[in-house]
Design a protein around this ligand. Structure first.
Ligand SMILES: *Cc1c(COP(=O)(O)O)cnc(C)c1O
Length: 850
């Protein structure tokens, strides 16, 4: 029986992490010392904390390698169907702690570092976030990778290895300033470059017609260099691969210039093509029709499809099975999931490969393409839908444009057949939009070229069927599905909230980690006061820790007994951070008017990045900070109301703050937020939600019951009705004295005395040009917030509601989401099969066969 090496009384020792076996701790210490010496080439006299982080990262990485190789060998032997998740974004965050959690070596590593005199939490903080995403869409891709590995699916994430991820946000005098995210500066211990597998990707050129088809010629080639990162499943010894492509100029690049004595310039020119993967576009829910972005999208698709087809053809069974050369079984062996339309050039690219290169007849190729591809829609906001100008495609990808035209030609014919004489419908549905500037509608292309189209929450999937893509739903009713988003409980509970994880495990064991519906069992303990107290004690500890962080980071002292009210997500008008601002000002005005009236203390925290070119979003950040300055420094207010802007919101910050939240703000205009996933993270961590009936909030209410969530505002139907009737902000302004006061304060410079006109754009937007109808929901929001405060005064009731929230979060595990994708879209079956651990399989040591 193993026993702890030392008896220091940190709570990690007695937790779901288990105890650290003496042998393991000793081996970890040896490996750590070996890496410090041989990998980092340092001795302890000159080692920095960062060196220790890297030594630990390499030590942990060693535990992945055997499992990684064995998993890939296993896939080769068994040749199961593969799923390829194509995404321009993977918002992974940090890897070290997640790896230790999923491999079950957290307590051993912790003990090993402790014995070496190092603070493991301090080392964990030195890891850079892999910020290769903007927000929800990119984080979803990361949660899906975790779930696919945990469910034992033969899955691959394919994306781009941006040298610069999402910018780092700094506040300068309350304004957002962007700094480049040089995340690879110190090297990335989690990736393995695979230069032996580089793949050529072509651009530009022209189309040549031959006797037996078309050829794309005179192209410019850029190489795609794969970098692989391990994706460990939880406790099943599976390690999948995330493969990210980096652009590399071929060595023959600009050969003609080399020969003409332009050697130096030719080398410098190589940079231009390598710029393709330089930087992530920082827009969330916003289409920006830049050529470089189109290059990125095609670069991902072209490299990935070649890789997929190479793997299909090189199957162990391929040489014996001639079927593998005629592509009939391709859809039985390959599923391709498109994360939004960003990788939707996969459809014409697959057609080009099958028809132009493999020589398949169009009809056969089209059937394969549809059976293989599936498309996830992430938004109904028109400004976010990708519609590429034809002139860009004509220049960059001429053959693909031809193919898209032909797909459209055949499709339009089918529409005409199904709806004879309905010319308006045919015009509306054309993939090629004939406006003053011709454009390709990538969502239309994706629906036509895929066998499944899904929204990301029930309400959103209904909206795309009956509104956004109504015509397409009528054409292809069987293609449309719903797959409500989810989050991985490993990162978003076990990793980020060990205290709560332990309290839960004490009550119901730990099966919930891979079957989150198990949390329902907590409801049986809802009347045990000791349990409720334990839950609230953990929350209080998390709040104290965050209060400490806020004081050291921003110099603001917050009251840990106040409601921690959090609104963190990308800054966007549809997410209505401004509505939250109106509430802050209402509370401030109440306190000023009646300083001695009872008041439930609040700390309102807002965090999130604005796209650098989004004027209104940046002005909203400035407004929050200016309100904060006035409120926080008003002695009459004291510690009863504080406003904090959480700078540089990102995955690792989300992990720190969400466990400390009492209240989660999910207040988008109904019908605008496709799902939201931030809402789910808060619920799982025992925060209550104030929200509209939008996105996944609707399903959260179903799961936890209407009594356990604060719902306010218009429904989608009411929003639609008001649009039809005509939204008149003045009507709401005239009705409410509180609202008038707040708006006039914003307009007159109360929060910007040095520049009274500063926030006029915000006032004018709210009063004259507001697509998101803030004022229509104002009254209902304020009333609902008052109900929140009243409820918070009853700690026992609040605690019960928190437990009901946690108990009801089972549905929102990304394991559930991925199981549904697997069965209903990919034709795959999740499994709880556990591969043998590496030590159960000896290393190969005999002579190497030629
Ligand atoms: C989960 C998450 C998001 C998505 O939040 P929403 O509230 O669903 O928009 C964005 N950014 C980060 C860093 C996240 O972890």
């Amino acid at each position: 029986m193993a026993k702890p090496q030392s008896d220091h009384d940190r709570k990690k020792q007695i937790s779901i992490r288990g105890i650290a076996p003496v042998e393991d701790v000793s081996n970890l210490k040896k490996a750590f010392n070996r890496h410090l010496h041989y990998t980092l080439v340092k001795d302890r006299n000159v080692s920095t904390q960062r060196d220790y982080y890297f030594a630990l990262a390499h030590t942990v990485r060693d535990h992945l390698v055997g499992r990684w190789i064995r998993t890939q060998q296993h896939y080769y032997e068994k040749d199961p169907k593969r799923v390829y998740y194509l995404s321009l974004e993977f918002y992974m965050g940090r890897t070290l702690t997640n790896t230790m959690v999923n491999l079950g070596i957290q307590s051993s590593c912790d003990e090993a570092m402790y014995q070496l005199g190092l603070d493991i939490e301090e080392l964990e903080e030195l890891e850079e976030d892999a910020g290769l995403g903007n927000g929800g869409l990119g984080r979803l891709a990361a949660c899906f990778l975790d779930s696919m590995a945990t469910l034992g699916l033969a899955a691959y994430g394919y994306g781009l290895r941006y040298e610069y991820g999402i910018f780092s946000q700094r506040l300068e005098n309350g304004w957002q300033a962007e700094e480049p995210d040089d995340w690879l500066r110190h090297g990335n211990p989690w990736e393995k470059a695979r230069p032996e597998y580089v793949i050529p990707v072509n651009f530009y050129g022209r189309v040549e017609k031959t006797d037996n088809g078309s050829r794309w010629v005179d192209t410019q080639t850029v190489f795609a260099m794969p970098y692989d990162s391990p994706v460990p499943g939880y406790g099943n010894n599976t390690v999948n691969t995330m493969r990210l492509w980096s652009a590399k100029a071929p060595s023959s690049f600009n050969l003609k210039f080399f020969n003409s004595g332009e050697y130096i310039n030719a080398v410098i020119e190589r940079n231009v093509s390598e710029n393709i993967t330089k930087v992530l576009y920082p827009n969330d829910n916003m289409f920006e029709g830049k050529e470089l972005r189109l290059k990125q999208e095609y670069f991902l698709v072209a490299a990935t499809l070649q890789d997929i087809i190479r793997r299909f053809k090189s199957s162990k069974f391929g040489s014996r099975d001639p079927v593998r050369t005629n592509f009939d079984t391709f859809p039985d062996k390959v599923a391709i999931q498109l994360n939004d339309t960003h990788p939707s050039m996969a459809i014409p690219e697959l057609m080009r490969i099958l028809v132009d290169i493999e020589g398949l007849p169009w009809e056969k190729a089209w059937e394969i393409c549809i059976k293989t591809c599936a498309y996830t829609n992430h938004t109904v906001l028109p400004e976010a839908l990708e519609r590429w100008p034809v002139h860009l495609l004509e220049n960059l990808l001429p053959r693909h444009l031809e193919i898209i035209y032909y797909i459209n030609f055949l499709f339009i014919k089918e529409v005409g057949k199904k709806f004879p004489g309905d010319n308006d419908r045919v015009r509306r549905m054309s993939i090629v939009e004939e406006s003053d500037e011709k454009r390709i509608n990538m969502a239309f292309l994706s629906i036509v070229g895929a066998h499944a189209v899904n929204g990301v929450a029930a309400i959103h999937s209904e909206i795309i069927k009956h509104d956004t893509f109504k015509d397409f739903y009528e054409m292809f009713p069987d293609r449309f599905q719903n797959k409500t988003n989810g989050i991985t409980p490993r990162r978003w509970l076990v990793l980020c909230n060990p205290g709560l994880s332990d309290v839960i495990a004490d009550k119901i064991g730990d099966a919930w980690i891979t079957n989150l519906y198990e949390l329902r069992r907590l409801e049986r303990h809802i009347s045990e006061e000791t349990f409720l107290r334990a839950v609230m004690k953990v929350k209080q500890e998390n709040k104290m820790k965050l209060a400490q962080y806020i004081e050291t980071s921003y110099g603001v002292k917050v009251n840990p007994a106040s409601i921690f009210d959090m609104h963190v997500k990308r800054i966007h008008e549809y997410k209505r951070q401004l509505l939250n601002c109106l509430h802050m000002i209402v509370l401030y005005n109440r306190l000023k008017k009646n300083p001695n009236a009872p008041f439930v203390p609040r700390t309102i925290m807002i965090g999130g990045k604005a796209a650098p070119g989004y004027h209104m979003a940046k002005l909203i950040i400035k407004l929050v900070n200016n309100i904060a300055k006035i409120v926080n420094n008003d002695p009459i207010i004291g510690d009863r109301l504080k406003i904090v802007y959480l700078e540089n919101y990102r995955v690792s910050l989300a992990e720190k703050i969400i466990p400390a939240a009492d209240l989660s703000e999910q207040i988008s205009t109904a019908g605008t937020e496709a799902s939201g996933t931030g809402n789910m993270k808060f619920q799982l961590n025992g925060a209550l939600t104030i929200g509209t009936l939008d996105g996944a909030n609707v399903e959260m209410r179903e799961e936890m019951g209407a009594d356990n969530i604060f719902i306010f505002g218009m429904t989608v139907d009411e929003v639609e009705a008001l649009k039809v009737k005509g939204y008149n902000p003045r009507e709401f302004y005239d009705k409410s004295a509180d609202l008038r006061q707040v708006l006039e304060q914003i307009n007159s410079g109360y929060f910007s005395p040095e520049n009274p006109d500063l926030f006029k754009d915000i006032y004018n937007s709210l009063m004259h040009n507001d697509r998101f109808m803030l004022l229509a929901d104002f009254d209902s929001y304020i009333q609902c917030q008052d109900k929140v405060s009243a409820t918070f005064k009853n700690p026992l009731l609040w605690a019960k509601m928190c437990v009901y929230n946690i108990a009801a979060s089972g549905k929102f595990s990304s394991d559930r989401t991925i199981s549904e994708y697997a069965r209903e879209i990919w034709g795959m079956e999740p499994s709880d099969f556990k591969l043998p651990a590496p030590h159960e399989v000896p290393l190969e040591t005999g002579p190497i066969k030629k």
